[in-house]
Design a binder for this molecule. Structure first.
Ligand code: MN
Length: 249
C-alpha cells in the first residue's frame, strides 16, 4: 500500500546518522519534506550533496551554539553557504553554560548570522534556544525579514505566546509530546505555526533514534488534542511548512 500523505521533518541531523544515503532513500519513499540542519559550516557540503540527490531533503547551513567555542572560527565560512541555500540551522543560543564570555560569544555569532540572513529576506532559520528562550526571542526581535522556526522550544507558556505574536513557528518532536511540560507548551502553540521535527538522531524512541519517518508520532498526538483526523493534521502541517518557506513581500 502506498501512503498518499506527505510529511514534514523541519529539523533533522541527517549527516549524523550512520547511513545518511539510506535514510535519504526512506525519506523520499515516505515523502517527508526534511530540513537537514548542520552544526558547522565545514560539514555543510556533505549534506548539500545528499540533498541534491533527493526531492524531499533541503540542506540547511548552520553553526550550533554549543559548537561556538570549538568551531566559532568557521563563522566566515558560513557566508558563502548562505548564497547556496535558503535554509539556515542549526543556530541560536544555549545558556546551559554559565560561562559569561561564552554566552556573549554565542550571542555575537547569532546576531551576525541573523543580520546576514536579514539581507536575503527569504531565509528560513531553525533555531535552538535551550535555557535561553527569552534571550533568543529578544535577539530575533520584532522585524526580522525571514521565517524563524523555534526547534524543541522549552520556554514558558508566556514565551510561546510572545513568539507566536512575533510570527515565529515551532517544530515539535516526539520527546516533547512524551513529556507533560512539552505537551503543555504544544497545547499553547497556534495551529497555524506548528511543524513536526525529529531532531534525530538526538531524540530517541526507545533505543532507536527518531528520524523523519517518525513524524506520525507527533501527528497522532496533535490529532487527539485538536480533535482532527491525522490526515487533516498532516495537511495542516504541510501548509504551515509552505508558509514558513515563503519569501517576505
Ligand atoms: Mn538539533
Amino acid at each position: 500500500m502506498t501512503d498518499p500523505t506527505e510529511y514534514v521533518d523541519a529539523h533533522c541531523h541527517l549527516d549524523l546518522f550512520p547511513d545518511p544515503a539510506a535514510l535519504v532513500r526512506r525519506i523520499d519513499e515516505r515523502r517527508v519534506h526534511t530540513i537537514a540542519v548542520t552544526n558547522a559550516p565545514s560539514v555543510f557540503g556533505h549534506t548539500e550533496r545528499l540533498a541534491a540527490s533527493s526531492r524531499y531533503v533541503r540542506a540547511a547551513a548552520g553553526l550550533h551554539p554549543e559548537l561556538v567555542a570549538t568551531h566559532g572560527g568557521e563563522l566566515d565560512q558560513l557566508w558563502p553557504c548562505l548564497e547556496r541555500t535558503r535554509y539556515v540551522g542549526e543556530v541560536g543560543l544555549d545558556f546551559s553554560t554559565n560561562d559569561a564570555a561564552l554566552r556573549t560569544r554565542q550571542r555575537t555569532v547569532f546576531e551576525k548570522i541573523l543580520e546576514r540572513c536579514a539581507a536575503f529576506r527569504d531565509k528560513t532559520i531553525t533555531v535552538h534556544s535551550r535555557r535561553a528562550s527569552s534571550d533568543t526571542i529578544d535577539t530575533i526581535g520584532e522585524r526580522f525579514p525571514g521565517k524563524v522556526i523555534l526547534h524543541w522550544f522549552t520556554g514558558s507558556r508566556r514565551e510561546v505566546e510572545r513568539a507566536a505574536r512575533l510570527g515565529l513557528y515551532f517544530s515539535i518532536n516526539p520527546a516533547m509530546v512524551n513529556s507533560q511540560k512539552g505537551r503543555e507548551l504544544v497545547d499553547a502553540m497556534p495551529r497555524d505555526r506548528v511543524l513536526t521535527e525529529s531532531d534525530g538522531p538526538f531524540v530517541k524512541l526507545g533505543p532507536q533514534p527518531a528520524d523523519p519517518t517518525s513524524a506520525p508520532i507527533v501527528l497522532n498526538y496533535l490529532a487527539r488534542t485538536w480533535h482532527l483526523e491525522v490526515e487533516q493534521v498532516a495537511r495542516a502541517v504541510l501548509a504551515n511548512l509552505e508558509r514558513s518557506v515563503q519569501r517576505e513581500v
